[in-house]
Design a protein around this ligand. Structure first.
Ligand code: G1P
Length: 298
């Protein structure tokens, strides 16, 4: 089974930094953002390869995930085995690449991986967000297994005035994750049967307040539908629109998650906050980080 990470965007929010460095390679502490996402993608049982949908403008991502024997050797000769191991581990991750030549939207990006995916279910992980404990996709796999291997998406509540920024689902709660007893329908652990999906609806059109957070476990049928998917919101080929069409043929479920269990890296402010969060939770860094803040007052 494979996981797809779309990574062909221009990274305009991070200019000028992204003039020479793809936003996916910006570090959170000492590791590129996309490596956190790749490691998360490899966690659920059965996932053995990550397909990155890249653009030809960003060859640095492919170099990063390639073993660089010369560099490793130099590090080892200098007695830096720990560092050499880290360099090797990044290059040895089971990552492959496909290319999206035009920025035609998330649905189009996912379709670029169709040949690699074949007839197997697959995960999609949006790369502006990662979940440190890797468990979100594992829970989605659990829900899928309990419902005839149907597609499952992770969703979370959002204030009404923000629904137009996201894909929004409609449906009914039908249960909960094993061992989870959420107090209400929009609390983490609630499982919904999806009957509608709308990309960037107005407040009036939104079928609920549950937005798609960027983790999907999808039936291969989605690839078929994406082939004939026309442009939707923003003139882009939307994954959400293909999923809405999928509902006519297959069941789909959603699991409510706490979006704060993951770290956002989609804007400079969110990326900076994520760096602080990771620094504060890494014991080897925490104290020096707090000391480095000096007299900063919040
Ligand atoms: C994409 C998806 C949307 C989802 C969002 C999560 O939108 O199309 O359904 O809610 O990611 O971040 P984008 O952020 O690319 O506009």
């Amino acid at each position: 089974m494979k996981a797809v990470i779309p990574a062909a965007g221009l990274g305009t929010r991070f200019l000028p930094a992204t003039k020479a460095t793809p936003k996916e390679l910006l570090p959170v502490l000492d590791k590129p953002v996309i490596q956190y996402v790749v490691e998360e993608a490899l966690e659920p049982k059965g996932v053995d390869e990550v397909v990155i949908v890249n653009s030809h403008e960003k060859p640095q991502i492919e170099s990063y995930f390639t073993v660089d024997g010369g560099f490793e050797q130099t590090l080892r000769e200098r007695g830096k085995d720990v560092e050499a191991d880290k360099v090797h581990a990044a290059g040895a991750l089971p990552v492959s690449f496909v290319y999206q030549n035009e920025p035609k939207g998330l649905g189009h990006a996912v379709l670029c991986a169709a040949e690699k995916i074949g007839r197997e279910p697959f995960f999609v992980l949006l790369g502006d967000y990662f979940v440190p404990d890797h468990k979100m996709c594992v829970r989605m796999a659990e829900v899928s297994a309990a419902h005839k291997n149907s597609s499952v998406i992770a969703v979370a509540p959002v204030p009404a005035e923000q629904v137009s920024r996201y894909g929004i689902i409609g449906g009914k709660r039908i249960g909960s994750l094993t061992g989870c007893h959420p107090a209400d329908d929009e609390k983490p652990g609630a499982v919904w049967k999806v009957d509608r999906l709308v990309e960037k609806p107005s407040e009036k059109e939104a079928p609920s307040h549950l937005f798609i957070v960027g983790r999907y476990l999808l039936s291969p049928k989605v690839m078929e539908l994406l082939k004939t998917q026309g442009p939707g919101a923003g003139g882009e080929i939307q994954l959400t629109d293909a999923l809405e069409r999928l509902l006519k043929e297959e069941e789909m479920y959603a699991v409510v998650v706490d979006p704060n269990e993951g770290c956002d890296t989609g804007t400079p402010a969110a990326w900076a906050a994520t760096n602080a969060r990771v620094a504060l939770t890494r014991p080897s860094v925490r104290e020096a980080f707090i000391e480095g803040l000096g007299n900063v007052r919040f």
